[in-house]
Design a protein around this ligand. Structure first.
Ligand code: CP
Length: 342
C-alpha cells in the first residue's frame, strides 16, 4: 500500500460498488478507515475536495431521504456535483434501455448511482446491465439484493461503539411489523452477508412468510463458515434479541408478492403486530447493547419511542455515517488519484 504525507492512501478507481460481496475485507477496512478520516475532517471544518469538477448522476426508482441527501451533500463537500434524477421523468419511462442510459450518462460524468429496490429480481439486474456498458463506476444506492451503502455505515457505527474486534459479539437481525409500505429485503440481506465477514455471530429472525432470497442466505452461510462465526435463522423474534450486543429489528415485504402485489405483504403482516422492538425485547439483550435501524422507522409499530429515543439507540449516528461512508465510496471510486487518509 502506498504511503502519503497524511499516512496511507486508498484508491479503487472505476470499481463498481454493487454488493459488498465483490469487495474484499481489506478493501472494506480501507473504505471504513477513509470514512473515519473524512468524518474527522468534516467535523473539524477542514476542506477535503478530492473530486473537483466531478459529476455523479443519482438515479432513483424509489423515494429517499438519507441516501439522496448523503450523496448530494457528500459530493458537494468533495468539490463535485450531483444530478438528482428520477426514472419517471427520464426516457427510461418510455422504455430506454439500461445499456443506452449507462453509455450516455458515463460520457457526461464520472459515476452513476442507482436506487432500484422495490421489485425482487429487477434492481440488481438493472444496475449490472448499466455497469456492463458504462465505463464509469456504478454505485448501488439500494437494490433488491443489497443496500451496501447502508450496511457499510452500520459496520462503521458498530465499530465506533464496540471496537474493531467483534469476535464473540452477537448481532440480531429481525423482521418487525410496519404498516407504512412493503419495505425492501435488501437491508437484512445485506446485513447477514456483510456482518458474517467481520467477526459477528448473526441471528436472523422472521415469520415464515418473510423469508429472504436464497442466494443471500447461501452467501451468509458461506461467509460465516469462512470467518468461523455462527449464522442462525429462527422464526422467533426473541431469538434475535437473546444475549445480543446489537439488534436491528426492521420490516420487510414478502419475497413472493411484494413486487407485483405489495398490499398482500401488508395484509399478511397484520397477524405479526407483536413483532415490535419494545422495552421487554431490549431487556433480553446484553447490557449496553445497541439498537439500530436504517430508517425510516415506523414508530409505534417497528419500535416504541422509548427504545428508539432511549439510551441503547444509535440511529442518528448510524444515519450520520451514511454521509461519511458515501463520501468514501465516491472518493475511492471516482478520483483520478489515490485518496490519502490517516
Ligand atoms: N436508510 C435509507 O436508505 O434511507 P432512505 O430510504 O431515506 O434513503
Amino acid at each position: 500500500m502506498a504511503v502519503s504525507k497524511r499516512g496511507k492512501t486508498f484508491w479503487a478507481r472505476g470499481k463498481d460498488w454493487i454488493t459488498t460481496q465483490e469487495w474484499s475485507e481489506a478493501e472494506i477496512d480501507k473504505l471504513l478507515a477513509l470514512s473515519g478520516d473524512l468524518k474527522r475532517r468534516f467535523r473539524a471544518g477542514r476542506p477535503h475536495r478530492y473530486l473537483p469538477d466531478k459529476t455523479i448522476f443519482l438515479l432513483f426508482f424509489d423515494k429517499s431521504t438519507r441516501t439522496r441527501n448523503s450523496f448530494e451533500a457528500g459530493i458537494t463537500q468533495l468539490g463535485g456535483h450531483a444530478h438528482f434524477l428520477t426514472a419517471d421523468v427520464m426516457q427510461i419511462a418510455h422504455g430506454e434501455s439500461p445499456k443506452d442510459t449507462g453509455i450516455i450518462l458515463s460520457r457526461y460524468g464520472h459515476a452513476i448511482a442507482i436506487r432500484h429496490d422495490l421489485v425482487p429480481g429487477e434492481g440488481n439486474r438493472y444496475m449490472r446491465e448499466v455497469a456492463r456498458w458504462a465505463d464509469k463506476p456504478v454505485i448501488n444506492m439500494q437494490c433488491d439484493v443489497d443496500h451496501p451503502c447502508q450496511t457499510l455505515a452500520d459496520l462503521m457505527t458498530i465499530r465506533e461503539r464496540l471496537g474493531k474486534n467483534l469476535r464473540g459479539r452477537k448481532i440480531g437481525v429481525s423482521w418487525a411489523y410496519a404498516p407504512s409500505y412493503a419495505k425492501p429485503l435488501s437491508v437484512p440481506q445485506g446485513l447477514i452477508m456483510l456482518m458474517t465477514r467481520f467477526g459477528l455471530d448473526v441471528t436472523l429472525a422472521h415469520p415464515p412468510e418473510y423469508r429472504l432470497m436464497p442466494e443471500t442466505l447461501e452467501a451468509a452461510r458461506a461467509n460465516a463458515a469462512a470467518a468461523g462465526v455462527r449464522f442462525q435463522v429462527s422464526d422467533r423474534m426473541q431469538d434475535a434479541f437473546d444475549s445480543a450486543d446489537i439488534v436491528i429489528p426492521k420490516s420487510w415485504g414478502c419475497l413472493d408478492t411484494m413486487g407485483a402485489r405489495p398490499q398482500e405483504s401488508l395484509e399478511l403482516a397484520k397477524k405479526y403486530q407483536h413483532w415490535i422492538c419494545d422495552r421487554a425485547k431490549m431487556s433480553l439483550t446484553r447490557p449496553g447493547s445497541l439498537y439500530m435501524h436504517p430508517l425510516p422507522a415506523d414508530r409505534g409499530y417497528e419500535v416504541t419511542d422509548e427504545v428508539i429515543d432511549g439510551p441503547n439507540s444509535v440511529v442518528f449516528d448510524e444515519a450520520e455515517n451514511r454521509l461519511h461512508t458515501a463520501k468514501a465510496i465516491m472518493a475511492a471510486t471516482m478520483s483520478d488519484k489515490p485518496i490519502p487518509y490517516k
